[in-house]
Design a protein around this ligand. Structure first.
Ligand SMILES: Cc1ncc(C[n+]2csc(CCOP(=O)(O)OP(=O)(O)O)c2C)c(N)n1
Length: 296
């Protein structure tokens, strides 16, 4: 990419390039993860967020292997557990942005409890749900978000269960920010990332992601034909939870992306705790060494 093109896309080229890495790529050709990371890096550079101000927390999976593709402070957690790791980091040091990433297997099969309490608690964390509708890294088992009838390596006759409607599920938890993007719509996804970066609280960002190797029934063009932008939905009000839930029922024909719901009145967890309301310091500033010799 030429420097001029990059400048147009990502603003500060130097800041953008610092997130780039020479490490070898392990993702398949055409994997949606390329688009997601590109949009993320562009959004960070456009928002003026530099390496020292951000922590990336990765779950296990193909999405988790993104830990190798971005230069910066990174944590790589256990499968299905990344949200709790990210929440801990964000509460300890609220001076930094904490962005976490996990697949649909991790989020809706292994660790949905962590997601539920993160939404309810409104931790100051961005969570990017890489929804490729299967367990990718372990070579294509159906997950809770795989569409009914889709054929998988581990379900050659097609999945017989109904998928969880992940967006409706999160909306049912009274969230403060819910967005959805598509890995093949990088410019628009960049703008969604920017909005998530500005949100003060738990930002759930689901990215519909193509998986050309293991999810062959819903390829890039399948999504491209169905993806719409929320700005084109008639009389849409993103502060209306029922309108949001209604719109999210359709996962087959008109799949809307953008900021789907936002409740600006919600206060993030750290600022909501009664005994921290007037605190001027952040938790990391309050860490001290205590002698335990008396107890011993
Ligand atoms: C607790 C635990 N359970 C299962 C595994 C095995 N495992 C590693 S990656 C993976 C699939 C990941 O799928 P998903 O979370 O959807 O992410 P993707 O690879 O599709 O990005 C599984 C089952 C594990 N490492 N740890």
């Amino acid at each position: 990419m030429s420097e001029n093109v990059l400048k147009k896309l990502a603003g500060n080229v130097k800041d953008y390039m610092k997130f780039e890495t020479e490490k070898p790529i392990t993702w398949c050709t055409g994997c949606g993860n390329f688009g997601i990371q590109n949009a993320l890096k562009r959004a960070l550079a456009l928002e003026g967020i530099v390496q020292k101000d951000v922590l990336f927390c990765f779950d296990v999976g193909c999405s988790g292997n993104g830990a190798d593709k971005i230069e910066g402070y990174t944590l790589h957690g256990l499968h299905g557990r990344v949200i709790s790791l990210a929440a801990g980091a964000a509460l300890a040091n609220s001076d930094i942005k904490v962005i976490s990433f996990g697949g649909d297997g991790a989020t809706f099969s292994e660790g949905p409890g962590h997601l539920i309490h993160a939404v309810r608690s409104n931790y100051p964390v961005i969570f990017v749900h890489h929804n490729n509708e299967n367990f990718g890294l372990t070579t294509g088992q159906p997950s809770a978000s795989t569409r009914k009838g889709v054929r998988m390596n581990a379900a050659p006759d097609g999945v017989f269960l109904e998928p969880i409607n992940t967006m409706d599920f999160v909306l049912s938890l009274k969230p403060s920010f819910v967005a959805r993007g598509f890995s093949g719509d990088i410019d628009y996804l960049t703008e969604i990332f920017r909005k998530a970066l500005r949100h003060d609280g738990f930002a759930y960002l689901e990215v519909l992601q193509t998986c050309p190797t293991y999810n062959r029934d819903t390829p890039e063009h399948w999504y491209a034909e169905r993806i719409k932008h929320i700005e084109d939905a008639k009389n849409y009000d993103s502060s209306d939870i029922w309108q949001a839930r209604k719109l999210m029922q359709d996962i087959e024909n008109e799949i809307y992306t953008g900021v789907i719901f936002e409740d600006k009145s919600k206060v993030n967890f750290l600022r909501a705790i009664p005994n921290r309301k007037n605190a001027k310091t952040v938790l990391k500033d309050e860490v001290k060494k205590y002698s335990i010799s008396e107890f011993l």
